[in-house]
Design a protein around this ligand. Structure first.
Ligand code: ZN
Length: 150
């Protein structure tokens, strides 16, 4: 499932990427028409409420990104795949690539290197990820999302 996030939903896009979703972000001045068209496999998330809501479009009301995520919890949770966590760059939405641990040694703090076994990098912006590095504040939200009983 692709979630195209309209302008003003940049933080929500990062949350969705943390969960492993393809979440392109429409920046100020960019044309949403140049992004994947809304369809059964691609929802358009927006804060615009000034027109009739087109198909496959979800209007987000909350301002807080955590609350925004809860607004779409019912939509998102059926697609959440814990195996997909940490597979996508939260900065630029690019799928991450595995990197051998040896290659990462000069690039991360020693403490991080010695306490983590798996590392990934973004082929586009070169940001380095390790388990736990971009869950952080998200952890609680992720646990709520994957808790099917709650
Ligand atoms: Zn990146």
């Amino acid at each position: 499932m692709i979630f195209v996030c309209d302008v003003m939903l940049g933080k929500l896009a990062r949350y969705l990427r943390t969960l492993g979703f393809d979440a392109p972000y429409v920046r100020q001045g960019e044309d949403p028409a140049s992004f994947p068209a809304p369809s059964a496999g691609c929802l358009f998330l927006t804060k615009r409420q000034d027109r009739a809501v087109p198909p496959h479009t979800v209007v987000i009301h909350a301002n807080d990104p955590g609350e925004q995520l809860l607004e779409i919890k019912e939509i998102v949770e059926k697609y959440v795949d814990p195996a997909a966590f940490m597979t996508r760059c939260i900065e630029c939405n690019t799928p991450l690539a595995d990197v051998p641990r040896e290659e990462i040694e000069p690039l991360v703090p020693e403490y991080i290197y010695h306490h983590h076994d798996r590392f990934k990098t973004c082929p586009s912006c070169r940001k380095i990820y390790w388990e736990g590095s971009h869950a952080g504040e998200m952890r609680g939200w992720i646990e709520k999302l994957i808790d099917r009983d709650g």
